[in-house]
Design a protein around this ligand. Structure first.
Ligand code: ADP
Length: 224
């Protein structure tokens, strides 16, 4: 069984000017197997973030089915969606969104606070993950004391801390220079493989998309 399956999924928004419904995603069919890495590419405004938000249970489709890890979520309650989000999904954004007043270690541990029972070994796991991305000696530092690439490494570790089934990355290297972007994309893929996680990444960079196991494009609301 696929980890994620979208069937005939559609989403539209209301144009605040005319009040008309504007379709953004139309009849999306997509299966993503556990452990896969998938890039979604397409021009700005084509619906990539809308799709990522639905995969991340931050939004729901108007029509169609969305099954994640055997659970139907298309009409999920906010409580059900929040539970899936905190337990099974890690998010990486273009900007790191680290808390400036918290240390690297505290930032990494933040998602564990959303769990009903934070694991007793969370701090050890955070340390091991930070070592894996070369930041073991920066654990007590604040985000402002790190470089842009280092901050994004911390964001990667934060996304992994709850051992998610799925990582959703929205332009994860978009704020970095080209050399750093390549290094960080390779690091993200290495983490995804070593932890056996499914990765869906939205990117403008064709070269980065080509590093992923599979690439799909959204054009006029249709994924192909
Ligand atoms: P991308 O991530 O590919 O740049 P988005 O998914 O952000 O595209 O947006 C797709 C389209 O949906 C755009 O035309 C955008 O204006 C519209 N849109 C996104 N979110 C909303 C919203 N909350 N209300 C109305 N329109 C929206």
């Amino acid at each position: 069984m696929a980890l994620l399956e979208l069937t005939n999924l559609s989403k539209s928004y209301t144009d605040p000017g005319s009040g008309a419904r504007v379709p953004v995603l139309r009849g999306i069919n997509l299966k993503i197997e556990a452990g896969e890495s998938l890039a979604i590419v397409g021009p700005s405004g084509c619906g990539k973030s809308t799709l990522l938000n639905i995969l991340g249970t931050l939004d729901t489709p108007d029509e169609g089915e969305f099954v994640f890890d055997g659970e139907s979520l298309a009409k999920g309650t906010p409580k059900q969606l929040a539970a899936v989000r905190s337990q099974k999904i890690g998010f990486i954004f273009q900007l790191h969104h680290l808390m400036p007043q918290c240390s690297v270690l505290e930032n990494v541990l933040l998602p564990t606070l959303a769990l009903k029972a934070p694991p007793a070994d969370a701090a050890q796991r955070a340390e091991a993950l930070l070592a894996q991305v070369g930041l073991k000696d920066r654990m007590r530092w604040k985000p402002a004391q790190l470089s842009g690439g280092e901050r994004q490494r911390v964001a990667f570790v934060r996304a992994l801390i709850n051992q998610p089934r799925l990582i959703l990355a929205d332009e994860p290297t978009g704020a970095l220079d080209e050399a750093n972007a390549v290094v960080l994309t390779e690091l993200l893929l290495a983490l995804q493989k070593s932890h056996g996680i499914t990765l869906v990444m939205v990117t403008h960079h064709r070269e980065q998309a080509e590093c992923m196991g599979r690439m799909m494009t959204i054009h006029e609301g249709v994924l192909s």
